[in-house]
Design a protein around this ligand. Sequence first.
Ligand SMILES: Nc1nc2c(ncn2[C@@H]2O[C@H](COP(=O)(O)OP(=O)(O)OP(=O)(O)O)[C@@H](O)[C@H]2O)c(=O)[nH]1
Ligand SMILES: [Mg+2]
Length: 480
Amino acid sequence: MFDALSKRFSDVFGSIRGRGRITEENVAEAMRAIRTALLEADVHVEIARSFCDEVYKKAIGAEVIKTLKPEQVLVKIVHDELTALMGPVDPRIPFVTPPPTIILMAGLQGSGKTTTCGKLAKMVADRHAKRPLLVAADLKRPAAIDQLEVIGEQIGVPVYTERGHQNAVKVCRNGIREARKTDRDLVILDTAGRLAIDEEMMAEIAKVAEVTTPHQIYLVLDAMTGQDAVNTAKSFNERLELDGVILTKFDSDTRGGAALSVKRVTGKPIKFMGVGEKMENLEPFHPDRIAGRILGMGDMLSLVEQAQQQFDADEAVKLEKKMAKGQLTLDDFVDQMRKVRKMGSMKELMKKIPGMGDQMGDMDIDEGELDRMEAVVQSMTPKERHNPFIIDASRRRRIARGSGADPQDVSGLVKSFGQMRDAMKAMTGMSMMQRMKFGSTLSRQMMQGGGMPTFKSKSTATKRVVSKKDRRKQRKKRRR
Ligand SMILES: Nc1nc2c(ncn2[C@@H]2O[C@H](COP(=O)(O)OP(=O)(O)OP(=O)(O)O)[C@@H](O)[C@H]2O)c(=O)[nH]1
Ligand SMILES: [Mg+2]
């Protein structure tokens, strides 16, 4: 999402950067380019126009022209304006007392309602320690109940169903009663969608809303449908008291118009975004971070937030100490890998690091490599995991046999581990900024090497990571 728009913005700012002197005309010209970029991203024409007017006014007011770094001032104004366009939004779910909090999900067919019900249930269970109940109130499609049951099982959340029933309102009511009886904190009602807005669907969902009086009504919108999504939002908003929108398929290659227009058109913010098909692929929608992403500033905050959920602070301190002493073991290493993996695919993660997004291209990181690497480590003795350099040829063959790998894979892993340990040791003396820079060079080199450096790595990619020269430089820096 936003790839084309990001590119256009960076061209616009680039052209300003190249100019020695900035005039009012230059700013106006930039605004025209931005307006075209927004229209191309499928942003509503009125919104694009008022957006540019607003930026122009502020840019002139802020005397962008007279500042030494006009480009930076302009980026800031555009960033703030984009943030204002998509926000404000309170990304929390307001839980009520006494429970249960009732959430009604509405949306067109295929927009991602059922999937999002599961994702939301998982999110409240994992992050807020709540006990959700899913209610299968889509009685239009025979397979809909099964689909929700499969999802429920996958995430370990109970699903309330009534087969052979024709009345969605009753199923919802009974589901809520069941939630009270079984002491659940939250009920999520999955309703039926239609191909297009029709009166029957609107009447049904309005009736469900009237009878169940949900605390929150979320409209699930498919980002890929662009302006249609915005029109859908408008229609639903006229019939239901929406509390927010969940924009799905954010991971798709869409132009982003829906994300930028929904709030302005309906007055209702996007609260969450679906970023993939997996159950953990739901994230709070932060307009400022999205604006930053559009402007190519990376999405570090989301990355940090994601990382925080997985990495325990105490553990990090312990690890840091081990790293400094070069005492990192293969166990620690695999443990970290597992955590990184839990956070989502490596590629998704790397994309969020500023400057990494455009370098990712089509490069893919083979997660199967991680599995194979784990298998090798698991075939080692605890002593070997602690210090894999004691592994001799016969043990190497034995470990390879035990894990279904080649003996070269085992030695490759040990070698790369040594390099990684050195690299980490070198990193400990650095400041956060230096580390980020170093880390991103490291990961880039890892990827240019064709994959993780830790396994089957016949490439010399990681060797470059801490060359002697770099190490000397780092030592110097530390001394300073
Ligand atoms: N890539 C991607 N796919 C998604 C996302 N959310 C949902 N999907 C996919 O979209 C398809 C439709 O999702 P459903 O959850 O069945 O949609 P629905 O709104 O319940 O559809 P109906 O019940 O037929 O109205 C599925 O294949 C999902 O895996 C997302 O955020 N990213
Ligand atoms: Mg469904």
